[in-house]
Every structure is written in C-alpha cells, then in structure tokens.
Design a protein around this ligand. Sequence first.
Ligand SMILES: C[S@@+](CC[C@H](N)C(=O)[O-])C[C@H]1O[C@@H](n2cnc3c(N)ncnc32)[C@H](O)[C@@H]1O
Length: 883
Amino acid sequence: WEHTGGDDLQSSIEENAVSVVAFVPPAKILAWINRVQRPVISDVVAESLGDFKKADETVIIAYLDEGDETLRAAFFEVAGKYREEFTFGLVTDAGAIEAEKITGPTVRCVKPLDEDSRDLHGFTDVESLEKFVKENSRPLIGELLPHNHRRFLERGWPMVYVFAATESERSEIRTTLKETARSYYESLTMVTVDPLEFPDLPGKLGLESSAFPSGAVHQLSADKIYPYPKGRGLTPNELLSWGLDVWQERVKPWTPPGVTTSYDNLGGRLKATRSVSIKKIPGYEPPIDHALATGQRTMSLYHEAADILSASGGNLKTRIFGRKDLKAPPQQIYALALETCKWSSVLKEVIEASELMRHERKLSPLLALLLVHDFLLSKRGVALPATHGLRTSIERHKARLNAEFTRARIRRKAGSMEALRQQVTTEHQGEAARYPRWVRVNTLKTTLEDQLASTFKDFTRVYSIGEVTDASSGKLLHVDEHIPNLLAVSPSFEFAKTEAYSSGAVILQDKASCFPAYLLDPLPEDGDVIDSCAAPGNKTTHLAALVHSRTAESEQCAQRIYAFEKDKHRALTLEKMVKLAGAKDIIRISFAQDFLKVDPNAQFFKDVGALLLDPSCSGSGIVGRDAMPTIHLPELPSSNSNKSQYQKSRKRKRGDDARAESTQEVFVDDDGTETVVATEKELKVRLEALSSFQLKLLLHALEFPAATKVTYSTCSVHAEENEQVVLRALQSEVGRRRGWRILKRDEQVRGLREWPVRGTVDASNGDTEVADACIRSYKDDGRGVMGFFVAGFVRDAPEAIDDDGPFLRDENGRIIRDASGMPTLKAARVSDPSRASATSSFPVEGPDGDEEMTENLESEDLTTSGDESSPDEKDEDEWNGFD
Ligand SMILES: C[S@@+](CC[C@H](N)C(=O)[O-])C[C@H]1O[C@@H](n2cnc3c(N)ncnc32)[C@H](O)[C@@H]1O
C-alpha cells in the first residue's frame, strides 16, 4: 500500500480499505497511522518518557547531550528511514538521562510487548546505528510479512517458522513460546506465519499446505530443512527437545523433490551433504533494490495489460511494442495479454461462477480476467506483493476460484490440466488449427525415406489434407502430391522438440512458399542462381537443396546461389538458416545488400541464369494474422444500479471488449509487424507504393544478361501486387528488349502444372494465357495453404539456342569427359579455370564486422553503373560482397 501522507492519507485509506482490512489487523493499521502522524523524532521529557516507551511495538530512544549535533544528525537519518516501522524519540533532558542510569550517548530499543529492551552505547555513525535498529527491533517472535522476510533471512541464523491460520492462534503461540525465543534470540530467528500471506511456503518447507498449526526449521547456512513432526505439541518443552535432536543431527532433514541429498551415517548421527543455492532458500527474494525496481515495474503490469486490451486499432503486438510509455516490461505484458485472451473462455466461466466480481466491485472484467489468469495458470501466481490490493482481491477467493476452475475443466471433459491446455491451444489457434504443419524435408541433410522411418515413424499416413487437420487425432501425415519432399503433418505436433527440426533436417515451410524455387527449377545448365530478397532463407535453402539434388554424387556442386538481403539483422537470420540447413557451400550471402544496387552487367554475374524474386509485400495471404485475438469478458454480476466506482469512473469509452477488428486490412511487414489500414483510400495508396517497388525489383532481375528464368512471388492476395505486376513487367522496355515472356502452364514443372488454382482472368486484364500461367493459392479453400502468388518468366537466350544439349563438346562435336568419364556440363563454367584466373582475392567485412573474409570476386566495380559510389568506399549502400 503506497501512500503519499498528508491530505491524501484519508482518501488513500478509503480507496484501499477493502483490500487492506482483510489482511492487516486493524490494530496494526492504527499503529501505523499513529506512527506516521508523529514527528520523525519526538522530543521526550522525563514526565512523558514512561508513556512514550509504550507508544508502539518498537520504540527507539536516543539519549544524547544537548549539543551532540553529529550523533543527533545520524539518529535523524536513521529515524527518517525507518519511521514507518518504529517510533523514534530523543531525550536530552539531563535529569531524565540520569534517572535512566545512562552514561554516555546511548540508543535504546524498547519492545514493550516483549518486555524487552536493548542498548547501543557510544554509537558512532549511521551504519552502526542502522545495524543496531535492524537487529534489535526484531521482536522475540516476529510475524513474517513480505516486507520483513528478507530482513529475517539476512541474519543468516536458522529460521524457525510456525504456521497458524488465525491471528489469535498466532498470538497465543507467540505468548507460549516467548521465553524460549528470548533464550535463543541471538542464534535463532523465530517467526509466526499466516499461511494465506505465504501460500507456497509450507510446501517449500515440506509441510502440508492445509494442516495448521505446523512448523519447520530451516538451517540457512547448510540449506537443511527440518519439518516439525505432525501432531507433536507446540509447547516449549516439546519444541526444545525436538530442537536438540535436530541440533545433534538425530533427525533426518527433509529433501525437496528433485534434489538428491547424500547422507553419511556417523554412528547414529546423520551428516547430510547438499549443494546450496541461495535461490533455493524458501522465501528468498532478490536484493532490495532489484526487488523494488521489479516490484514497481510489475505493479503496472495488470493495469497496462488491461489498457492495451481495451484500446482500439492495431493488433496486440503493435499496441504493445508501439508504446514507449509502458512501465512493465513489454514482453511480459504481451505474454500476459495473449495468454489471457487464449484462456478467456474458460476464465470467464470461472469468474462468473465464483461471483468474483460481485464480491470485488473494484475489479473491471478485464482486470479480473488478467489477475485470475495469473492466479490459476501462472507458476508464480499474481505478480504483485502479497499485500497488494489487487492480489488479495483474488486470493481471498482462492478456494472458490480453484473449485470453479476444476468444474470448468470437467465440463470440458478434459481429464487433466494437460488435456485442458491442449484444448485451449487448439481453440485459440482458430484459423491456424485448420491448417496442417507443412514440413519440407531438407535433402541437403536427409531423405524423405529416412525421415518417414525416424521422426515420423509413429505417424499414420493419410491421403488428404482434410484428414491431417482433423483435430481429434494427433499424429497424421500426408505426403504432398505437388511438391517433392514435402509433408503435411497434424497441426498440434510440436516440432520444436524434435531432433530433426533442431538439426535442420526438416524445415517448417508452407506448401505455397515452396512453389517459387520448385517453379524456377534450377538445372545445372542454368549456371548460377540469385535469390534477390532472401531472408529468412526458406526459399534460398530450398533452391540449394534442388541444386544439390541435381549434382552428380561424384561431382562437386559448381553452381552458386547468391543471396541478397538488404536488412542486416535479417541477413544474420538468413546466415543462421543457411548454416543450419547445411547449405553453406552452395550459398553466398551478401549482407545488408540492396539488390537494386547490384550491377547486373558485372562480370561476376555473367553466369547467372536464374533468379528468384520474392520481395516484401502486404502479407495479406499469411495465415493466423488476425488483428486481435478474441477475448471473452465475464459479465458483470447485476444491473446498472450495482455499478462499482471503478466502472462508473472509467466509463469504458473505448469499450472493454477487445474483439478482432476483422473488417480492417492488415499489412504485415518483413518483421511480422502488422499495420492496420483502415480506409479504402489508404489501402490503395499502400498497394500502389508496394507494387511499384516490386516492379522495380522485377525489372532489375530481368536485366541480368545470362538470365533465362525468373520467378516472381508474393504472399499477397491482391491483384495489384501480383498479376498486375506481371503484366507491367511483360510490357516493360526491358521485358520486350530482352525477349521475356511468361512461363506457360504447360511448360511448368509437373507439380505446378497440375496445381489447380491459377491467376484470375480479370486481374490479368482478360489475358487467359497469363492468368493460366500464374499460380495462386488462397487460405480457407480447404487446400491447407496460405494465400500466395507466383509466376515464371522465361526467355530464349541466343546462346541457349543450340541443340548440343547441356554438355561441352570439342571441335569434332564429341562430348568432353573428365578423367572418370563423366561428361562436362556447360554450366560448370563457374569452376572454369579461366574464370578463376580472372578474379582477384578481395577482403570483405563479414556480418560481425570483426572477421576478415576472403572471397574471390571480380576486381571490377560490381555496383550499378549509374551508382556514383566506388566499391572501395565504405558506403552503407555499397556492394559488400559475399560471405
Ligand atoms: C518476403 S521476404 C523474403 C522471404 C524469403 N524469400 C523466404 O522465403 O524466406 C522479403 C525480404 O526482402 C528483403 N528486401 C526488401 N527489399 C530488398 C532489396 N531491395 N534488396 C535486398 N533485399 C530486400 C526484406 O528485407 C525481406 O527480408
């Protein structure tokens, strides 16, 4: 409970009364109010000294000479720090000092309830005074509270915990054990604990979480826990005799589950050995500063998450990560908000059935959902201090909430928590759950047969996509009929845990996203290949697998794939993917390189025969990119007349319901960030900008002199980005000059020729041949793929018009063979020694900037001829070479 004192005090008490009263005994509140209303240090004279000593549970009095300014200042400093916990007084009256038989500067700590007082003589500085206050203000048996827990632990002496359910029981125990505690005051820390205040603590000490009173000793220095035997009386004698057994190691310490403790039997005595980690100490909290910082940040967590969920516009990510004023960590807000949405249909039922909101009128429906989510489903519970009003407003209904949660699970016929979790995940996946997981078997590392016999050995093979997505069964698999080495697998299968996934043997890639590389069909005679917009690298590694599969086993792959990526961060992802896929030898990455700045006529690219262009687009075909997940809000318990203060004051002008704004168009950029486009006009402008950028890239690709194949693709469903770009490219100057034409359907690789979904005639301005050549896919059409578009361009290069076939021939027309008799491919031009000699060694800065990498590059300028910058200048836009 934070307060600002003064005038705010009254309103602060009123506002927090409900939550505070339930957990802090009224006497404590009153004591606190009295304390903060006193001056930081009260001037005490002989007549008032007797009463002053009983003014509070702990009273700290300094007996100082009138003129002792230094000690007075030190006392003032410490008093200022602890004034809300203890009452401080100053006696300078010589008569009163004499009557107390005090000689020299002294600070006395008086605890009237314990009939105890302790002195610090001749104190010198703030530090020693503070230490004295902290140690001696401790009652004989303290009440463990979140704010003093750490202080008790810091002493390092064995902690004796006694749990009792009510304050009167705890008070009785304190009285009974007071004298025992006094005897061991210096070497033990004894505390009574309200189990509601520390619900996890009994379990951590090996005690039952619902049988009280109970107790345990935790030897902090050795990290040994000794639960007090169940049923043994909590009398001083019983406790002392058991304590002696513990001390003399006749009792075996309790071992928390999952921890192995070895015991040496030392002739009736047990010596236990276990490694101690401070983090394992029950109740350990991080150092105060850190705790404060984290506490302050998480205090805002629930309110900020509720604000974000009730805001309008944008999706969850943009709403959170677009805001700069958040106090709680954005990742934490995101996880909380998303998980709460996911569980909201179950939580709504729990909240309504437990009537939580009828009892806790300060809670809005959203706050109730968020808090109950953490209470029931987060391992750490509600992320607020134990006495925080919001936390107590949930925890005091613990029993009902738990019971209703179990009922909700049973109503859903989920036999276990795991089963319920699975159900909720599937429900939440919504659109995505209707799609299979597409898995491309990476033939650079493995084969389809090997994977079917290993990773997928427990799977049942089915023969349609519909069967795969049938949610009732978990391990179904379908071998795709269009794309080689592609599988469709049940959506719930967790790939992240498989060895095949982490080793790069399989790659998760939507079927439609496999179309471009397969359509490009890079053959050895096509020479080198360019992937112009490559990150994260799904299509680049697919190209590498295809190139590799066409290289004879006895030969080294002579073809190279040059991958360009403008964004340096995404280029690093690309690099990781290339490494993981085992494609490093085939792919050369040019980091942070704008493809538009690469000169097609550079000598280095003279053998580039095929290009794949998959530029940034609107992302309108991506599956599972709804603007906002649906959230089910609990109904308020009754009519308007019962509206709480909270609801009246908030007015909910934007509405608490954070339902998806499904009518809006959402653009997804390359990082997955989504932007909502609200009006038709905005959409048009955005599409125009995108398509002119896409066309520019495509026309640049058509310029490469040896190129005879280009594929153009987007994950958009908008004609403006698709057929319209294709038509403009065909009609363009470079398109005509270089003789580019569309790759007709009947010229396409078998799988894509047979793929039934084609471009639309309307979008192709009535050109049926172009429409049929264009390959499309739509989400939601039952084929289980994302929305996508791809088209191929081809041209008959003059040098390709020979009927020699793909092999080099001598002047007599005979195929040239190597020493092993294998024919020499024309495409093996890259490995041509004459080419190698025409290159020079060229140091290039790598992605980390700390490593010199050498690559044989042509010594000529590789940037576009129109570009002013020289390759030697370290310009951002400059050609950076390949890794
Ligand atoms: C749609 S993503 C490519 C996805 C990739 N083909 C795959 O399958 O994994 C488009 C990428 O092109 C990059 N890009 C955009 N304009 C570029 C340019 N002018 N030169 C190079 N890369 C560019 C973006 O940074 C982005 O990473």
